[in-house]
Design a protein around this ligand. Structure first.
Ligand code: CP
Length: 362
């Protein structure tokens, strides 16, 4: 059985196959109208969502299936203290597949190792958002005709921006991509995102949105996310760091593609919506098509075997307050050495305090 917790749970061949299926769904929707007849999707959303939850639900209905679920933690027994593991075991009795969003990093992973049905990560804290990446990949493919040889500007909150983390992981597997990471110094991409992709991709970091504006094939804007900040003053100081306006687009390529996972607050002026390069509403449509393709793919691979978790070393505590280990009952804290030699928590990917001394970190 396959679950998708990280975009790397899908091979390049699977990503290419999902894109092919999504394009076919767009052209022949009637051929797919009964593909999931008799199947149920459970949407377990412990954090707000418009696009992800509703596009998952629309996707399942358009495949002929049904949907159960909840849209906020307060309407589930999580509000009474039920664990993610128990929730996953119970929902496995009622549904065929789960899409879960949770504010704690690693929560969908905990669900996957406890469920007897496939689990899809619909966004976990500031960590991963693999199905947004599927929407992004299809949009890039439809607009540019390729997923390699691109210069991609990623702008905004790159520290907590889970969509950016998953997109870098996915596009790093295609040849010749260059990433220009545009953020305030306080919101730079975490090391684990860059280091685990190896030497396949090039990275440039800058605080200046305009420095490479004439080079971008893709401009991926993101929101500075108020809900991820513990320091309100820091949020107020950083929230308007980058605002894309029509005048800033003057030096940009005529065929550049402007993406944003949405919701936007003010980081793209509404006037930019009329520019032919603005693709963020197409991206939302593409999200539904890719989620249809993914649901079919995962239901087709349910061999009854449980999702196999990562193995690693126990005995050390994860100190990240946003990690699922901070709230889940009796969850063993496990750490694993990455390609860069650094031990990280298997749930949230934060470096492991106590395991990364000079002597044992490499
Ligand atoms: N892009 C995205 O995840 O949007 P929602 O938060 O509305 O689901």
């Amino acid at each position: 059985m396959k679950s998708v917790i990280d975009i790397l749970d899908l091979s390049v061949e699977e990503l290419d196959g999902l894109i092919k299926t999504a394009m076919d769904i767009a052209n022949h929707p009637d051929d797919y109208a009964q593909k999931c007849k008799g199947k149920k999707l459970a949407t377990l959303f412990f954090e707000p969502s418009t696009r992800t939850r509703l596009s998952f639900e629309a996707a399942m209905y358009e495949l002929g299936g049904n949907v159960i679920g909840f849209s906020e933690a307060n309407s589930s027994s999580a509000s009474k203290g039920e664990s993610v593991a128990d929730t996953a075991k119970v929902i496995s009795c009622y549904a065929d597949i789960i899409a879960m969003r949770h504010p704690k990093e690693g929560a969908p992973y905990v669900a996957a190792i406890n469920a007897s049905i496939p689990v899809i990560n619909a966004g976990d804290g500031g960590h991963h958002h693999p199905t947004q990446t599927l929407a992004d990949l299809l949009t890039i493919y439809r607009e540019k005709g390729r997923l390699g040889g691109l210069t991609i500007g990623l702008v905004g909150d790159l520290k907590y921006g889970r969509t950016v983390h998953s997109l870098i992981a996915a596009l790093s597997r295609y040849e010749g991509n260059k990433f220009v990471l545009v953020s305030p110094n306080e919101l730079k991409v975490p090391d684990y995102v860059k280091k685990d992709v190896g030497d396949a991709a090039q990275f440039i970091e800058t605080t200046d949105l305009m420095e490479y504006m004439d080079k971008f094939d893709i401009l991926y804007m993101t929101r500075i996310q108020r809900e991820r900040f513990t320091d309100r003053d820091e949020y107020e100081r950083l929230k308007d760091s980058y605002i894309l306006t029509t005048d800033k687009l003057v030096p940009a390529k005529k065929d550049m593609c402007i993406l944003h996972p949405l919701p936007r607050v003010n980081e793209i002026s509404v006037k930019v919506d009329d520019d032919s390069r603005a693709c963020y509403f197409k991206q939302a449509l593409n999200g539904k098509l890719m989620r249809m393709a993914l649901i079919m793919h995962l239901l087709g691979h349910n061999d009854g075997q449980r999702f196999k978790g990562t193995t690693g070393e126990g005995g050390h505590k994860c100190h990240n307050p946003s990690c699922i280990t901070s709230t889940e009952q009796e969850l063993e804290h496990i750490h694993k050495k990455g390609q860069d030699g650094v031990y990280r928590c298997i749930y949230c990917d934060q470096p492991s305090v106590g395991l990364n001394s000079t002597s044992n970190s490499k």
